[in-house]
Write a protein of this length. Structure first.
Length: 153
């Protein structure tokens, strides 16, 4: 089965609408207003609502007719974008288990080597140095705790 641009727009719209609904639901659990002004849920709430509405608009528009580019098959770049999105979702799901530095390293490996086929040695080095940089900057220099997983890092 060939995925066309219209199909891809519908799928992307539904996925983004789901993400927008999740952001909205999560933001509603946080304070919208505090004594000091907007709370932590204020901006995510409106961002989530806008994302959901606009994504559903894309889906409805694509059900009304094909996209401007016709119904051409989806280019390899779109497949790469979907692969990167899938890797990011996988990283989000693994974050509570493995922690931020490990997940960031795996994301770097997945995107660099798995999607863009860069040399493994260079990507592996980046997969170690990028999370190490985050730990040095945020944890050591700024004193900000990065999310940890069950493994403790």
């Amino acid at each position: 089965m060939t995925v066309t641009r219209t199909d891809a727009d519908r799928i992307a719209g539904l996925l983004l609408a789901g993400l927008g609904a999740f952001i909205t639901a999560t933001a509603l659990e946080w304070d919208l207003m505090t004594d000091a002004g907007p709370g932590p849920g204020f901006f995510p709430l409106f961002y989530g609502i806008a994302m959901t509405v606009l994504s559903l608009g894309l889906v409805l528009q694509r059900f009304a007719g094909p996209s401007e580019g016709g119904d051409a098959p989806v280019a390899p770049e779109a497949r790469r974008a979907l692969a990167v999105w899938s890797i990011l979702v996988g990283g989000i799901l693994l974050l509570p288990v493995l922690g931020f530095p490990v997940v960031l390293g795996l994301l770097t490996l997945g995107v660099g080597f798995g999607v863009y086929r860069r040399p493994f040695g260079a990507v592996a080095l980046a997969a170690v140095l990028v999370p190490a940089g985050f730990v040095v900057i945020f944890s050591l220099a700024l004193g900000v705790d990065l999310p940890t997983g069950w493994l403790g890092f």
